[in-house]
Write a protein that binds this ligand. Structure first.
Ligand code: ASP
Length: 353
């Protein structure tokens, strides 16, 4: 009887110690909210596609998921309240600088950014390229507004906080948690709209997060965050870079308009292997001779552009976007062209990042 009481006391003691230790050891995660569908609200629970984004403030999001406090000490910051289609270069710079500042704070172990899904891949890649930290930064969104039946934002947010607070997520670059997957911010793209399985990575996810536990299967090999030569703290303006989407019969005037508008580079969202109709070639050569960089990307989902295949890039002094889709190529070129205007340097950067 006495023994069992001691046992009981020991158990109670252990439990109490464990609880105290857990509370003290919980990671500090800051949720920086920008808006999007994860903060969206519709007129009824049946509205999964017709709703207004960026309606719910970050503190309400946190209160709505009490489970977050089991896994982290969470606090929120509302930096913007916009749909991600309204992200501009200035917003990217403002967000990046704030994330960089937070990542330098000793009382911050990880950062979650709630974001609309439409341009989430651009922001995630931008941060991956420019924020110098090995602390986990996780970008998250949802496909259904918070008011909808079977809203996906709650679990996505919980997963994001779990990953952001995990020491095993350190040094892997900026991550995205959607639909139980952990993806690299470099690779991920919105591949389907409407469905909750909207996001995919050409080279596969890095891992899964299930019931608050991470399962890792691979790590990024391209340069990011702490190994990047680009530093958000030193970038105050991005270079103007425009995308022109190619199709049969695309007129050269679209490229000329981009150059006349002051673009330092034009991303050619080309057919097949970054290809183009032969009537475009003289125009693009001419634009290059004016000093504007020509970067051949592919409009094909999961495309890779091979240098000197389809077009003689060496001869024309053009650059290829490697496996980056046109919108990610724009992000990389906008950053890289703040530091160089050499096409060789630009090509090296496209291989390495
Ligand atoms: N238009 C919304 C946005 O990107 C869509 C979403 O979040 O899913 O902000």
């Amino acid at each position: 009887m006495l023994i069992s009481m001691w046992k009981k006391l020991a158990l109670v003691g252990l439990t109490a110690t464990a609880l105290v230790a857990t509370a003290a050891e919980k990671p500090n995660v800051v949720i920086v909210a920008t808006g999007g569908t994860i903060a969206g609200a519709g007129a009824s629970t049946a509205n999964s596609a017709v709703y207004q984004s960026a309606k719910v403030k970050v503190d309400q999001l946190i209160v709505a998921v009490p489970e977050l406090t089991n896994v982290a000490n969470v606090r929120g910051e509302q930096i913007f309240a916009i749909g991600s289609e309204s992200f501009t270069n200035d917003r990217l710079l403002e967000l990046g600088k704030r994330i960089s500042a937070l990542s330098k704070q000793a009382d911050v172990d990880g950062i979650v950014i709630t974001h609309g899904t439409d341009t989430l891949e651009e922001t995630a890649y931008f941060l991956n390229l420019t924020v110098h930290t090995d602390k986990p930064i996780v970008v998250v969104g949802s496909m259904r507004p918070s008011t909808a039946m079977s809203a996906d934002g709650v679990l996505n947010l919980y997963d994001a906080v779990v990953v952001a607070g995990s020491p095993d997520a350190k040094g892997k670059g900026v991550l995205v948690t959607m639909n139980d997957q952990i993806d690299s911010g470099r690779d991920i793209t919105k591949a389907v709209n409407i469905k909750t399985s909207a996001f995919s990575s050409q080279w596969g996810p890095l891992g899964m997060v299930v019931e608050g536990k991470n399962y890792w299967f691979r790590a990024p090999v391209k340069r990011h965050t702490t190994q990047s030569e680009f530093d958000i703290d030193k970038i105050n303006q991005l270079a103007p870079v425009e995308i022109v989407y190619a199709y049969g019969n695309v007129p050269p005037t679209l490229y000329e308009a981009a150059a006349a508008g002051g673009a330092k580079a034009i991303i050619h969202a080309g057919v097949g292997n970054g290809g183009m109709g032969k009537w475009l070639v003289p125009t693009l050569q001419n634009i290059r001779q004016q000093g504007v960089q020509i970067i051949r990307a592919a409009r094909v989902p999961n495309g890779i552009v091979i240098r000197n295949a389809d077009q003689p890039d060496d001869k024309y002094d053009w650059v290829v976007a490697h496996d980056l889709n046109p919108q990610k190529a724009r992000i990389l070129a906008s950053i890289a062209l703040t530091q160089t205007n050499s096409s060789q340097e630009l090509q090296r950067i496209f291989w390495e990042y």
